[in-house]
Design a protein around this ligand. Structure first.
Ligand SMILES: Cc1cc2nc3c(=O)[nH]c(=O)nc-3n(C[C@H](O)[C@H](O)[C@H](O)COP(=O)(O)OP(=O)(O)OC[C@H]3O[C@@H](n4cnc5c(N)ncnc54)[C@H](O)[C@@H]3O)c2cc1C
Ligand SMILES: NC(=O)c1ccc[n+]([C@@H]2O[C@H](COP(=O)([O-])OP(=O)(O)OC[C@H]3O[C@@H](n4cnc5c(N)ncnc54)[C@H](OP(=O)(O)O)[C@@H]3O)[C@@H](O)[C@H]2O)c1
Length: 597
């Protein structure tokens, strides 16, 4: 029996689908635990609108005529740098246990972590490399099975076509792979890039193999005029556009250029492959279907156009974006993609940028009135777009006034998937610079749940690494408020925050003591804040938490979440990997939220 090229690549794709289904089975214990936890059941696939309880004094740029709609506002308890205005929640205790499935899963993970968390580079772990290796083995097998691809390069063309739907499935915001594996598009991005590079390499071999063959038979000139060859060359141009535009150099220099060329490249490839070889049409149909379904879902379900209020927060170099009409539909740790439709000038309104949601969704509040500011984002000024946003926010005529703009929100995406942080006994959150947005969203959520006794948590330790103490001062009141709420909850949950100022001397930090309540930690633990200079000793911090947990026989595990520069995530990962008491404390769950993609 002869096996056709199409059959081979078809079976390889089926193997990938089977792997995704297997990954789905592995997620079942976590899904089960999450959906049996009352406050974690919201599916968080679309943002929910609700009537905002308050209007803000604002300068409106959402209509053509600038209007000042000045009305009364509820005073903040934490200043503009803080998160939101709120009232305390009443609650009854409903303490839960972690469940045997999660216990078993965390034991297996603990054993594997010494290997899977091993960092080959600061971005690549041994765990990820295993996936990449298996993928490459499957592709090499598809290229070489029952043929010599150098003598007959057609097989390589089919391999390229068969991988296009895989690349699309791994990149779309709402994809079937995300649904099956519970991994957000940003976490699957390393595989998407691996598939992309494979397509690029194999397509080049396919092209060169044919050119060489045509040259040997003396038909090169004639063949280059044939339509199917011309369509093939256009496909290759599309693949080059995709590959070159996504090089880290280009992506970091100009994200807009990367996105524009990616769009042109994908359209070119999908159209031209069709005309190049009609046998590839079923792969292209699947890819176009996945891409189209994602676009339709995003525009019909996940896109919201509404008013937003912008405040400049100079201490943090950030713009605080309040969207009071969006009340819920997200989970802590998720992000949305923001587009500002008015006031940003003719070139920037079409750009979308991802930002972590800092506020807690109304699904986690006892009643909707507790949530004063709705969805809140904090956007650090780092480049063209965020600088423009900050300048727009700063154009408000007084500090209390916000600038009102129209925005489009796309999301929510990403986050911790099915992980329930409140099922662990301790949480260590490490934030570098603007990574605090992600960590604060998680802490707010955990404290909120503690006030409803929906937690197993005993300690939340937030480590924030900033360049200078002025960053810290902007959120000092927020930390005080979180601590006060932990105490008021009546639940034995301790909140601890350690600030590390990396670009300042200890004298300049302590000299500000009068202005900001910077406190060194006392031995009796009565102070919840600690401010120090230099970079933190992260392994020692984690060790202390783990030893404490082991002594007190807390066996529900520790969750560690890091958000910030890639090198910081690498440090945290190494600390978790080297922790000797991992299994004694019921395992360590690690979540990395970095920008290394
Ligand atoms: C999931 C996620 C959540 C984030 N959450 C926050 C947050 O809560 N607060 C915060 O201050 N920052 C956050 N960021 C970073 C923020 O998105 C970028 O700083 C911002 O997009 C930079 O845009 P710019 O044009 O001002 O800067 P540029 O100078 O153009 O870009 C600076 C860097 O941001 C990258 N970048 C630019 N545009 C995008 C984009 N549309 N998508 C992804 N990366 C881009 C570029 O590659 C470059 O490396 C988050 C990033 C990600 C990936
Ligand atoms: N959800 C998300 O994915 C999300 C959300 C928000 C932000 N982000 C990303 O987070 C990053 C933060 O950037 P930023 O400009 O806001 O930060 P920043 O101002 O540069 O501050 C980063 C801080 O982290 C410290 N740091 C860096 N590497 C470290 C390491 N290995 N160990 C200990 N400390 C370390 C730095 O110390 P030094 O001064 O010694 O260098 C600095 O104090 C950006 O890449 C941003 O895009 C991601």
């Amino acid at each position: 029996m002869t096996i056709s090229d199409q059959d081979i690549v078809y079976w390889v794709d089926l193997a990938f689908i089977a792997a995704a289904c297997f990954a789905f089975l592995l997620t079942l214990p976590r899904r089960f635990i999450r959906f049996s936890t009352p406050l974690e059941r919201n599916v968080s696939i679309k943002l929910l609108k609700g009537s905002p309880p308050i209007e803000r004094p604002a300068e409106d740029t959402s209509s053509s005529s600038p209007v000042d709609s000045v009305t009364s506002t509820i005073p903040t308890d934490d200043g503009r740098g803080g998160l939101y205005r709120r009232s305390a929640a009443a609650a009854s205790p409903t303490k839960r246990h972690r469940g045997f499935l999660l216990e078993a899963a965390s034991r297996v993970r603990s054993c594997l972590q010494s290997f899977t968390l091993f960092s080959v580079t600061s971005e690549k772990t041994a765990g990820r490399l295993v996936f990449i290796f298996l993928y490459i083995v499957a592709i090499v097998a598809a290229c070489f099975a029952h043929t010599d691809p150098f003598a007959k390069p057609n097989r390589l063309g089919f391999v390229v076509a068969s991988q296009i739907p895989i690349a699309v499935a791994l990149s779309t915001k709402t994809s079937i792979v995300t649904l099956l594996t519970s991994k957000g598009y940003e976490k699957l991005n390393f595989l998407h890039r691996c598939v992309g590079i494979t397509i690029f390499v194999v397509a080049n071999f396919h092209f060169l193999g044919h050119i060489y063959g045509f040259a040997l038979t003396g038909t090169l000139h004639k063949k280059l005029k044939q339509p199917f060859v011309i369509w093939g060359i256009f496909t290759l141009i599309g693949i080059y556009a995709l590959f070159l535009s996504s090089l880290p150099f280009v992506r970091r220099r100009s994200y807009s250029l990367f996105r524009a060329f990616h769009f042109i490249g994908i359209v070119l490839v999908l159209v031209c492959v069709n005309f190049h070889r009609h046998q590839t049409r079923k792969f292209i149909a699947v890819a176009a279907g996945l891409y189209g379904a994602d676009l339709i879902l995003r525009f019909t379900l996940r896109q919201k156009i509404t008013k937003a209020y912008l405040y400049a927060v100079p201490e943090l170099g950030m713009t605080r974006v309040e969207i009071p009409s969006i009340r819920g539909g997200w989970r802590a740790g998720q992000h949305i993609r923001l587009r500002v439709l008015t006031g940003m000038g003719p070139t920037m309104w079409f750009e979308t940028h991802p930002f972590s949601i800092v506020s807690v969704s109304s699904d986690n509040h006892l009643n909707n009135n507790e949530l004063g500011d709705g969805l809140v984002l904090m956007c650090k000024r780092v480049g063209g777009w965020t600088e423009r946003l900050y300048a727009l926010a700063s154009s408000a005529r007084s500090e209390e006034k916000a600038v009102c703009v129209r925005v489009s929100l796309d999301g929510p995406y990403g986050g911790l998937a099915d992980v329930v942080l409140t099922n662990y006994t301790a949480a260590l959150l490490v934030a570098g610079g603007s990574g605090i947005t992600f960590s604060l969203g998680l802490v707010e959520d955990m404290v909120q749940k503690a006030s409803r006794f929906q937690t197993n948590l005993r300690i939340i330790h937030l480590v924030w690494i900033v360049k200078n103490h002025t960053n810290y001062r902007a959120l000092a009141a927020e930390f005080e408020s979180l601590n006060a709420r932990c105490i008021a909850s009546g639940y034995s949950l301790r909140f601890k925050v350690s600030i590390f100022c990396t670009r300042e001397s200890i004298t300049s930090v302590s000299s500000t003591q009068e202005n900001a309540p910077i406190l060194r930690e006392e031995n009796d633990g009565s102070k919840f804040k600690m401010v120090d200079t230099g970079r933190p000793d992260l392994p020692a911090i984690l060790d202390t938490i783990a030893n404490d947990a082991a002594v007190k026989q807390w066996r529900n595990g520790i969750s560690v979440c890091v958000c910030g520069p890639v090198e910081l995530a690498h440090k945290v990962r190494e600390s978790v990997r080297k922790l000797r008491t991992r299994s004694q404390v019921g395992g360590v769950y690690l979540h990395e939220e970095t920008f290394g993609w």
